[in-house]
Ligand binder design. Structure first.
Ligand code: GLU
Length: 457
C-alpha cells in the first residue's frame, strides 16, 4: 500500500508551531515509507479564511522545506463533490433535513444538555418534508452500538454511539461543513493515514460514521497530543511566540527548528541522541514512537539545538543567510574577514541574529569605537594601545608572530593579559566580548588593526 498523508490547515491565522509539527510528522511518515505527503488548505469557512493566512502557511512550510509532494489542494475547489456526497447520504437515508428554526434549536439544545444527551432533532424520524427551503442537513448518527478507533497514539478507544450528535453536514446556506468536506477530500485524495492534533480525536468518531455509511476504506489515525508550555498548560502566546515564522525572525535556523519540532513529542531510537540530522529522522520515524503525553515547548532546548547547529553549519551557508537577512553587500576583503571570523563568532551566540552587532567592526574598514564610556577607557590607556600598535607594525603578519608580539609587550611592561586584553578588544571591535584577540588582529589585517590601535583617542 502506498502511504499518503496530508497536512490540512485552515487558513485563519498564522502557521502555529503545533501545526508546523503536524506537517513535519505527516511529511516524515510519508517519506519514511516512500509515500506522498500532501497539503490541503481547508478554506471553506469563507468568513474566517484569508489569503494572508494562506501565504503565511506557504511561507512557513517553505521555510521548513516541508513542501507538498504535489500541487496544493484547496478544499473550496471541491465543494461540488462534497455536496454530492451530502445528497448521496440523504438519498440513502443516512442523513436528513432538519427544519428547526433557531429558537427551536436553542430549546432543544437546552433540553438535550439537561438530559445529558446529544442533539437529536425531531426531524430525524419525521418522514414528511417541510415546504420551507430553510434547513440544514444532519447526519443520522447510529444510536446503538459502539464505535472503536485504533489510534497509533491514543490506542484503542471505544465510544457509545448514543453520545454522538447528529452533526450538520450541510449548512442552511447550502455549503458543506468541515466535518463532511474533510472526510470527502481525504477519501478522494486517497489518504491512508490521518495524522493531526488530538483536538480532532472526538471528530474522528463522528467523521468515521460517514465513511461507514458509504462503505469507504477507513484511514488509519494518529492523533498527536497538543504542545504545552513548560508549565504544563496548553501552549499559548503567554509562553512566548506561537507563530512559526517568528522563530525565523528571531534568528533560528530552519534546520534547528525542524529538528526541535521533530523531537517535540516524538522520541527517536535513542532519547539522548539529539544530534542527528533531519534526514536521519526520515529513516527513524515511526508513529508508534509519538509520545502519549503532551510535549513541552522549551525555548532553552531550542536555543541549545540552534547553537549546536551554528557550530556545525557550513560557513558559506551561514554567510549567505547573514548577507541575505541583513542585506549586506560585501567586497572580497570584507567577505573574507567575515567568513574567517565566523566560526569563532558563532561560538558566542545562540541565534545568528545576535551577530548583528559584530558586522560594523568586521566590515567597516574605518570603524572606531564611539561609545563614550569605552572611549574614555581607551583614552586612559592610549599609550599602551599605541605601544602595541607600534610593535605590531614591525611584526611579520602571522598568528604566531602576533601572539609572540603581544606576549612580549605584556612581559616587557609587566602587564597582565587579563587587564589589557579587554581594552585591546574594545579598540579593535568596540566590544569586550569578542573572539580571540590574535585572530581578530590577524583577520582584520595589518592596515586596519594598526589604524585602530594607533588612533589617538
Ligand atoms: N483544518 C483543521 C485544522 O486546521 C484540521 C483538520 C484535519 O486535520 O482533519 O485544525
Amino acid at each position: 500500500m502506498k502511504i499518503v498523508t496530508r497536512f490540512a490547515p485552515s487558513p485563519t491565522g498564522y502557521l502555529h508551531i503545533g501545526g508546523a509539527r503536524t506537517a513535519i510528522f505527516n511529511y516524515l511518515f510519508a517519506k519514511r515509507h516512500n509515500g506522498k505527503y500532501l497539503v490541503r488548505i481547508e478554506d471553506t469557512d469563507t468568513k474566517r479564511s484569508t489569503s494572508e493566512a494562506v501565504e503565511a502557511i506557504y511561507d512557513g512550510l517553505n521555510w521548513l522545506g516541508i513542501n507538498s509532494s504535489e500541487k496544493i489542494i484547496y478544499q473550496s475547489k471541491n465543494l461540488e463533490s462534497h455536496v454530492k456526497v451530502v445528497h448521496e447520504l440523504l438519498d440513502k437515508g443516512f442523513a436528513y433535513k432538519c427544519f428547526l428554526n433557531s429558537k427551536e434549536l436553542n430549546d432543544l439544545r437546552i433540553k438535550s444538555r439537561a438530559n445529558g444527551k446529544p442533539i437529536k432533532s425531531p426531524w430525524r424520524d419525521n418522514k414528511c418534508n417541510s415546504e420551507k427551503d430553510e434547513y440544514v442537513i444532519r447526519l443520522k448518527m447510529p444510536i446503538k452500538g459502539t464505535t472503536t478507533i485504533k489510534d497509533y497514539v491514543q490506542g484503542e478507544v471505544s465510544v457509545k454511539n448514543e453520545i454522538l450528535d447528529d452533526m450538520i453536514i450541510l449548512r442552511s446556506d447550502k455549503t458543506p461543513t468541515y466535518m463532511l468536506s474533510s472526510v470527502v477530500d481525504d477519501y478522494e485524495m486517497g489518504i491512508t493515514h490521518i495524522i493531526r492534533g488530538d483536538d480532532h480525536f472526538n471528530n474522528a468518531f463522528r467523521q468515521i460514521q460517514i465513511i461507514n455509511f458509504l462503505n469507504w476504506k477507513k484511514p488509519s489515525y494518529a492523533h498527536i497530543p497538543l504542545i504545552h508550555g513548560t508549565d504544563g498548560s496548553k501552549l499559548s502566546k503567554r509562553h512566548g511566540a506561537t507563530n512559526l515564522i517568528d522563530y525565523r525572525n528571531m534568528g533560528f535556523t530552519r534546520e534547528a527548528m525542524l529538528l526541535y519540532l521533530t523531537q517535540l513529542g516524538w522520541t527517536s531510537h535513542n532519547d539522548n541522541d539529539e544530534d542527528y540530522e533531519f534526514e536521519k529522522a526520515i529513516e527513524l520515524f515511526s508513529l508508534k514512537k509519538i509520545n502519549k503525553s503532551p510535549a513541552k515547548f522549551d525555548i532553552k532546548k531550542l536555543y541549545s539545538i540552534n547553537s549546536k547547529y551554528l557550530n556545525k553549519i557550513d560557513i558559506n551557508t551561514i554567510y549567505n543567510l547573514l548577507t541575505e537577512r541583513f542585506e549586506l553587500v560585501l567586497n572580497i576583503n570584507q567577505e573574507r574577514r567575515l567568513k574567517a571570523l565566523l566560526p569563532d563568532l558563532l561560538k558566542r551566540v545562540n541565534v545568528y541574529i545576535d551577530l548583528k552587532d559584530d558586522f560594523e567592526w568586521i566590515i567597516d574598514d574605518n570603524f572606531l569605537c564611539k561609545e563614550t564610556n569605552k572611549v574614555k577607557l581607551l583614552q586612559e590607556n592610549n599609550l599602551i594601545i599605541n605601544g602595541i600598535g607600534d610593535l605590531l607594525k614591525k611584526c611579520e603578519w602571522s598568528k604566531m608572530s602576533i601572539d609572540y608580539c603581544l606576549k612580549k609587550y605584556f612581559q616587557d611592561n609587566t602587564l597582565k593579559f587579563k587587564e589589557v586584553g579587554p581594552i585591546l578588544r574594545i579598540a579593535l571591535t568596540g566590544k569586550t566580548n569578542a573572539p580571540d584577540l590574535v585572530s581578530i588582529i590577524y583577520e582584520l589585517g595589518c592596515t586596519i588593526s594598526l589604524n585602530r590601535l594607533n588612533y589617538k583617542y
